[in-house]
Design a protein around this ligand. Sequence first.
Ligand code: PHB
Length: 396
Amino acid sequence: MRTPLSRRAVLAAASAAAASAMLPRRSFAATKAKIKIGLLLPYSGTYASLGNNITDAMKLAASEKKNRLGGREIEWVAVDDESDPAKAPANVNKLVVGEKVDILTGPVHSGVAMAMMQIVRQEKTLTIVTNAGAQPITGSLCSPNVFRTSFSNWQTSYPCAGVMLKDGRKKAVGMFWNYSFGQESMSAFREGFTKGGGTIVKEIPVPFPTTEFQANLSEIASLKPDAVFVFFAGAGAAKFIKDYAAAGLMEKIPLYGSGFLTEGVLGAAGPAANGIKTTLHYADALDTPANKKFREAFKKATSREADVYAVAGYDTIHLLAQALDKVKGDTSAEKDLIAALEAARTESPRGPFRFGKTHNPIQNVYVRLVKGGREEVLGLAQKEADDPAFGCAMAT
Ligand code: PHB
């Protein structure tokens, strides 16, 4: 589902792109000293903590590589995208055309990512999506120069349906922020849930980033489903969890979701989050040396707990480091650099990671339960989950 762009925004993007076509591309020889990494991330609004964790984990990974990629020192250029798709063409152009970044990373918000795709596909900017899960990024709009180190919404939402059905919950209400990611999450969940014999009694879209949930919670109480599936994230998720518990629903109607519901919000949500079951490609409690090392290092560097967003940022830099070392920092060797990224492997805190044909990760999806304020891992919801890659020619 594409986030509509205003005609003016599209024209601005097109004219900036045309202007840039007349400029020489950044040449390797001229730029050998520093490699410019663009960060298109939210540093304000409901997703601010997500953007900060991605950024800080990227910088942590860079420090583990002595702040060099392919022998070149890193120059970071960050833009606050405000999770606002309407501002995305201008923000992307600031980095791609204005700053001429060698590599673009981000964003968090799928609507911002959809606008970004229009520009980076045309400009052929090497782009690594560090969160946004919109299906078309590695589906109908897939492109050789675009990779994703996070997830597709299908990977994180479809398996939740099976978990709910296994728990004997056959009648569900869905509630989600009403933009591309929420809509696609709902539809992936719906696909799995109805296929498995479940019924969705009501779908409740909520405008992004609204956190006024009271009327919807009263409606859920009167509908009396077996369970509720939701997509909210960041500060909005913490508010939703607290409101759900305060309405007395947590004991009566179990809450499920893709794991973004509880990522990085357990501190803010407090005991209200106990009992929430989610599916995600990461869990704090994964008992592996890579995860332990990463969590300790992130805590030491930031005084905060790591989460799934930090994992994507961390892996992005480690994968880039490998690929750029292979091409000796020559970002103009586009084909070789893409091939090197496709072949890159990293000891991810999330467990085994590799890029699939469409440049989306193939990764495990875990079942998680919040207990005593901590996220426990109950097992695997899906081993080595790939993405259906709807409409991507690179899939064949
Ligand atoms: C998205 O818009 O793709 C998105 C935002 C926040 C999340 C997950 C996905 O936690």
